[in-house]
Design a protein around this ligand. Structure first.
Ligand SMILES: [Zn+2]
Length: 683
């Protein structure tokens, strides 16, 4: 028993590692956790500084919207006889613009098919846009920064990265191919039927609302959503041309922040006059609507909101942060352990019921508990209420294998690892635990992934999907002599390097530490670690708000990774007459802020389903899928081809050619395709 607890303590301490942790343990804390010297904040804001748009010289053409209809230089077939690739052309001036990175990030995460063109170095020629006969290479055009302004390194003058001829070629293409033009960040001008009213700097906060006309482009934005714009330059304007221009997003003082414009020649433009970057909330809220609009509602890829928390160490105890000595040191302060009891589970289930009712319609949320079977042995843990109430929760919870007694796998022999996994599988069968699958595993401290013996043992026991830690980036892994546990690309996991039968599902840690049960514990530990960074102590509300912003970010970006918690965090504390836990406060903070902004449902996936989605995403990313919208008079169809075998998600299409997933009222058809084949989808 003493031996096992030693292992539990040792291995749990190491779990607290957070992103970019590379600090060696402090000398006076022999088992000190690897914690970062800085708290987690939404990163990159400083590096991706928002910038105002410098005015372009008057003679420089700043957009295509204001160009008069020229004599067409292309000879494209008329509408009804064209083939249009379902692909976007993303144009920027130099490639380092935050708004370009925002647009690219959105397309990459959703899986949209696009080509990026850096205008300062690559000329735009008509041959890049069409075959000048019947095939259009792009469904829509995204201009990352209005006017494509940049400082010419030759002349040292500020001007457009496009020549007048390039702008004309683009306008000509948009007209001939019915391609919409989206300006991700631009200055208001008469070209769009807008007059500049004022601008705002990145240190100001502006609240934005979608107008009633804007609901057509952003139908998923919650009614009365107040979208906070911060860390961004932007321009407020008024509509000067009511017949051609429609305001889509307005500031709370009534000025235009995004508008749609219909040109005299029939070309459609949409301009957003607020800067963005891949991490800023306002851009994450409206990216889906923008991409859908410029794609005429049909595009490759999909976006979903996921929330899949996993609570480790259920049934056993974790050591506990000491708020008197401000440390977690068993050697110096004695044994200080914590284990939740039945009422904590009851309160969590009650909270979950109320929480679900507050989520967007169509959401499917459930909390997963990763258990250690030894904790049900009354000889070791006399309290029986925890097991009783956990079983009573029935289908309200799902279960994961966290091994029998939490021994680190790395030094273990194959048989021992096999035994650790199998004993828990047997216990789950005995208790008929909801959702349990022996194929899913959370190994102690995410250990064993680099041990041949451990891999053989766990595979032999039936495990196939094992979590890894996203804070173990390649950089961190190199310093620890282990393998990376983060996502190699968005929503993709890793095939285990020792045994390719095992798929690693990257999982996010939080700053709600494994050894804290009460608000007081969390505040004391957080401030002990991060006081130096902030220069002061943060309150509990500030800590939750700061750290749960990651959860909001996961929801708004469509991140599918599960999130890691520990049983200590489920402790139910009565605050002003209401039961709270550190876990419920964090999750509720993230999801409530999400639900106030967006009505797309939140989904929880089982670990095996996350692994399957990650494998599907990796195959889709690699399969070279190309879709073409074909006009056959009044009829329409889409032809899909690929160079590899994969399942292609196509949003905006409901077809019997594949499996349809209706999400927030928008269909996505999942189309299985094999290398070299063409699949025809009739619309
Ligand atoms: Zn654990």
């Amino acid at each position: 028993m003493q031996m096992r607890v030693g292992w539990v303590l040792y291995t749990l301490l190491a779990i607290v590692s957070l992103p970019s942790c590379a600090d060696p343990p402090a000398a006076d804390r022999p088992h000190a956790a690897h914690v970062r010297s800085e708290p987690r904040r939404v990163p990159e804001l400083a590096r991706l500084e928002s910038r105002p748009l410098r005015p372009l010289l008057p003679e420089t053409v700043a957009s295509t919207a204001g160009l008069p209809p020229p004599v067409s230089s292309t000879h494209m077939a008329a509408a009804g006889k064209r083939r249009i690739d379902l692909k976007l052309l993303l144009i920027t001036a130099t490639g380092d613009e935050p708004s370009y990175l925002a647009a690219r990030s959105a397309m990459d995460r959703i899986g949209v098919s696009y080509t990026a063109l850096i205008a300062a170095t690559t000329p735009l020629t008509p041959a890049l846009l069409s075959n000048n006969l019947n095939t259009c290479y792009y469904r829509g055009v995204v201009i990352a920064v209005g006017g494509l302004g940049f400082k010419d390194p030759q002349t040292q003058l500020w001007g457009s990265a496009f020549t007048a001829e390039e702008w004309a070629a683009l306008a000509d293409y948009e007209r001939a191919c019915s391609a919409r033009e989206l300006v991700w960040y631009g200055a208001p001008s008469a070209d769009y039927g807008l007059a500049l009213a004022s601008d705002f700097a990145s240190n100001e906060v502006v609240t934005a609302q979608v107008t009633s006309a804007g609901k057509g482009v952003f139908p998923y934005v919650a009614a009365d959503a107040a979208i906070q714009i911060h860390d961004s330059f932007g321009y407020k304007s008024t509509v000067t041309d009511q017949t051609a221009t429609t305001a889509l997003v307005q500031s709370d003082d009534g000025f235009v922040l995004a508008a749609q414009h219909l040109g005299l020649d029939g070309r459609e433009a949409l301009i957003v006059t607020v800067d963005s970057n891949p991490y800023l909330l306002h851009g994450l809220v409206w990216e889906y609507g923008l991409i859908s609009w410029v794609s005429h509602g049909v595009f490759l890829g999909k976006k979903r909101a996921y929330l899949s928390p996993q609570i480790d160490d259920v049934f056993i105890s974790d050591d506990r942060w000491n708020t008197t000595s401000h440390r977690n040191n068993v050697e110096l302060d004695g044994q200080d352990e914590f284990r939740i009891t039945g009422p904590d589970i009851d309160n969590m289930v009650s909270w979950q019921t109320a929480f679900r009712a507050k989520l967007p319609a169509g959401s499917q949320y459930i909390t997963a508990l990763a258990f250690n079977g030894v904790g049900t042995d009354v000889a070791e843990y006399p309290d029986e209420s925890l097991l009783t109430q956990a079983l009573a929760a029935g289908g309200e919870l799902t279960w994961l294998n966290h091994t029998w007694d939490h021994e680190n796998f790395d030094p273990l022999a194959q048989d021992a690892v096999h035994d650790e996994v199998t004993r828990n599988c047997d216990l789950a069968t005995q208790h008929n635990l909801n959702g349990f699958a022996c194929a899913e595993l959370v190994s102690p401290d995410m250990s064993g992934l680099t041990s041949a013996a451990a891999m053989l043992g766990l595979v032999d026991a039936g495990a196939r999907y094992v979590v890894s830690d996203t804070s173990i980036t390649a950089e961190v892994a190199a310093t620890r002599g282990t393998t990376a546990g983060d996502n190699p690309s968005f929503n993709v996991g890793r095939i285990n390097t020792i045994d390719d039968r095992v798929y690693q599902v990257p999982r996010h840690p939080t700053s709600i530490f494994y050894d804290v049960a009460t608000r007081n514990d969390e505040v004391d530990e957080y401030n002990t670690i991060y006081r130096g960074y902030w220069g002061r102590d943060l309150s509990y509300d500030e800590i939750i708000d700061t750290d749960a912003t990651f959860g909001l970010h996961y929801l708004l970006t469509g991140d599918i990774d599960p999130v890691m918690w520990h049983q200590t965090n489920l402790y139910s504390e009565l605050i002003d007459g209401t039961s709270h836990s550190l876990f419920s406060d964090w999750v509720e903070s993230a999801a409530t802020r999400y639900s106030r902004l967006v009505t797309f449902p939140i989904r929880t996936l089982a670990q095996r389903d996350i692994a399957a989605a990650m494998q599907a995403r990796a195959a889709f990313d690699a399969c070279g899928a190309v879709a073409t919208y074909v006009e056959l008079g009044v009829a329409r169809r889409i032809e899909l081809r690929a160079t590899g075998t994969c399942v292609v998600p196509m949003t905006g299409v409901s077809s019997r050619a594949g499996k349809v997933d209706l999400y927030g009222g928008v269909p996505t058809t999942e189309l299985a395709i094999t290398a070299g084949a063409t699949k025809v989808i009739r619309l």
